[in-house]
Design a protein. Structure first.
Length: 145
């Protein structure tokens, strides 16, 4: 059976089949004595099976979903030190335009602003994980999620 979705993912992200998660799954297959392949679409398909099993196979255990979310937060939510200075400069500009005058962005204000950014990103990511791992999204193939 052709792996159209997996081929699409490979075309969109040519390095996906050699990424750490995909290579890790290849190593797991090898450890189990299963046949491994070097074909990108097949390697991606094997990895997607693991994603499907872990994300949709434990719907009855909220602890698993929380661990998945925690890992996604670690990988995809911005760290305070990575927030560009231009963001804070933009906040100063917005305050001036809203009539608050020239404000100084203190260390405490940076901490508060970064907490808001991080909280918003985590919340949005959690909503996507909840939806994409729920039965409501079962009509979509795993590769498209």
């Amino acid at each position: 059976m052709p792996k159209f979705g997996e081929q699409f993912l490979h075309q969109r992200e040519p390095q996906l089949h050699i990424s750490k998660p995909v290579e890790w799954e290849k190593g797991e297959k090898k450890t189990r004595g299963e046949k491994v392949t070097q074909k990108p679409a097949e390697k991606i398909a094997d990895w997607l099976k693991v994603i499907e099993k872990t994300h949709m196979g434990h719907r009855d255990d909220p602890r698993v979903l929380e661990r998945i979310k925690k890992q996604y937060h670690k990988e995809h939510v911005i760290k305070p030190e990575d927030i560009p200075q231009s963001y804070y400069e933009n906040q100063r500009r917005l305050a001036r335009e809203q009539g608050h005058g020239d404000i100084e962005i203190t260390h405490e204000m940076k901490d508060q602003l970064s907490e808001v950014i991080i909280s918003d990103q985590e919340s949005t990511l959690d909503n996507w994980v909840d939806y994409l791992s729920s039965e409501d999204s079962d009509s979509f193939p795993t590769w498209s999620k």
